[in-house]
Design a protein around this ligand. Structure first.
Ligand code: SIN
Length: 507
């Protein structure tokens, strides 16, 4: 769909207007990496192009680092971590985080512009993501000073036990393109709060948001030997984060396949891991649900970021008695969505991230239609848009044998399955190896408690499609991963508990 051929027939990639010209603070656009304490270009000036998914134009050439840059950054951040932990009080680290939060919010327009251009999401959503990203920094600036240990009655005579919480050390942070800002802050704000240092491998699709956030973190007072940002297209190079013995923790958001591979490599040196992996979220509408609430929730939950979130509803399970009414109302609202370049103010939904993402949605749609699904809206690549677009699509009559029942589409396809009993809905909902998020809609309080207990997932939305927030533990079970981000539990992922037993207290 997108090619790099110019109108005069040459095959030079076409470039976007320089992004820095679109910013109030041009310095926020940075194509170098922050490696071993300095902004640097890669050796031999190696770069990779970063594209605008809405047009295929090149936004910039990002520095492309090798394994050595990871190893050097890990060494630098290893020294930095000792300093950060031993010379900064929790209150000082909290102050730095608070300043970083404030500067992210002050620069929301520029950050959202960079994010929308490289990710494609609508500018309103991009602004929302920046606020969401900042909320983790604020949250952990507050959690930072409330990291308490225990005082435990000892079973030995004349003894006492206390515990303290210590930072794990250097953390390897590998983040996804679907939330170029929030997935970085959700990981590194608790790491800093705990007193850890971080070496970040940003996504190669969206490295410029990560660079802008790093600039603001440094300006807010994060020491230059406590953070490194190492962009690369070379997956082997970034695996240094999973095998280097000086790295004590890996935090990754992405596919289950890559999460398993990283976990297995990290086990070589028994690193702590947090893995936020794939999902296949059920969205269950019972016969007693308020359908207006359920339809509005489906729009947010299914089509947020054009369907590219791990917690997006993947399967809409609707009771047979309300399925027609629900589907009609959903289709009527989907009709009003405005596809376009994220950066345009009237766009409600932007493109997908790349050609492979569009191909996957198309494959799921074709498979569902071949197996008896009925197309209610969408079902094609839109005319007149050159980027990686796919129309928001609703299919009714979805069944268990369809690909979309088993595999996360990660795109704007809402397949509607029918059920007739609560047990059937639960069996369908839990028929997956994943367990990230689930949603259901009902007015019956007993059912709320029963179904919330029975759904095998880490996060549940009842009568809402929006569950993500700094205060709420984010994470899954089963093949959706391990660990919790955000919330009062997020800090512990970056800490070790030390138990100290003191004997011979009574002389
Ligand atoms: C994700 O898709 O990985 C994160 C979504 C969220 O934080 O809501």
């Amino acid at each position: 769909m997108i090619d790099s051929t110019t109108t005069n027939g040459s095959s030079q990639p076409r470039h976007h207007t320089p992004v820095s010209e679109l910013l109030k603070n041009a310095g926020l656009f940075e194509a170098r990496g922050f490696v071993a304490g300095k902004w640097r270009t890669a050796s031999n000036n190696a770069t990779f192009p970063v594209y605008e998914p809405a047009t295929g134009l090149v936004l910039g050439e990002c520095a492309n680092f090798s394994k050595d840059a990871f190893a050097n950054s890990i060494d630098t951040c290893h020294d930095g971590y000792q300093e950060f932990w031993s010379q900064f009080t929790a209150k000082e680290r909290a102050k730095i985080l608070r300043r970083w939060n404030d500067s992210i919010l002050e620069n929301v327009d520029d950050l959202a512009t960079i994010l929308s251009l490289e990710n494609g999401k609508a500018i309103s959503e991009a602004r929302g993501e920046i606020a969401y990203a900042a909320s983790f920094v604020q949250w952990f600036s507050e959690e930072c000073t409330r990291s308490y240990g225990d005082n435990i009655p000892s079973s030995y005579p004349s003894s006492m036990v206390f515990t303290s919480k210590e930072p794990v050390g250097v953390c390897g942070i590998i983040t996804p393109w679907n939330f170029p800002a929030a997935m970085i802050t959700r990981k590194i704000a608790p790491a800093f709060a705990a007193g850890c240092s971080v070496v970040i491998k940003p996504p190669s699709e969206t490295p410029f948001t990560a660079a802008a956030l790093t600039k603001l973190a440094l300006a807010a007072g994060v020491p230059d030997n406590v953070i490194a940002l190492v962009p690369t297209k070379d997956r082997e190079a970034s695996l240094e984060l999973a095998i280097n013995p000086k790295v004590k923790k890996i935090s990754f958001t992405g596919s289950t396949a890559v999460g398993k591979m990283l976990t297995s490599l990290a086990s070589g040196t028994m690193k702590k891991v947090s893995m936020e992996l794939g999902g296949n979220a059920p969205f269950v509408v019972f016969e007693d649900a308020d359908l207006d609430i359920a339809v509005d929730a489906a729009l947010v939950c299914k089509f947020r970021s054009s369907g590219q979130t791990c917690v997006c509803a993947n399967r809409l399970l609707v009771h047979e008695s309300v399925v027609d009414a629900f589907s009609e109302r959903l289709v009527a609202k989907v009709k009003k969505m405005q596809l376009g370049k994220g950066i345009n103010a009237n766009t409600t939904h932007g493109p997908l991230v790349n050609a492979a993402a569009v191909d996957k949605v198309e494959r799921h749609v074709q498979d569902a239609l071949k197996k008896g699904g009925q197309l209610r809206i969408g079902g094609r690549r839109p005319e007149g848009l050159t980027g990686y677009f796919y129309e928001p699509t609703v299919i009714t009559g979805a069944t268990k044998d369809m690909e979309v029942a088993k595999d996360e589409t990660f795109g704007p396809l809402a397949p509607i399955f029918e059920f007739s009993t609560e047990q059937e809905a639960l069996d369908l909902a839990n028929d997956t190896e994943f367990g990230l998020a689930g949603y259901f809609f009902t007015k019956d309080i007993s059912r709320v408690l029963r179904v919330a207990g029975a759904l095998q997932v880490g996060m549940i939305g009842v009568n809402t499609g929006l569950i993500s927030a700094a205060e709420t533990p984010f994470g899954g079970i089963n093949e959706s991963g391990v660990g919790r981000e955000g919330s009062k539990y997020g800090l512990a992922e970056y800490q070790n508990i030390k138990a100290v037993t003191i004997g011979a207290i009574k002389a």
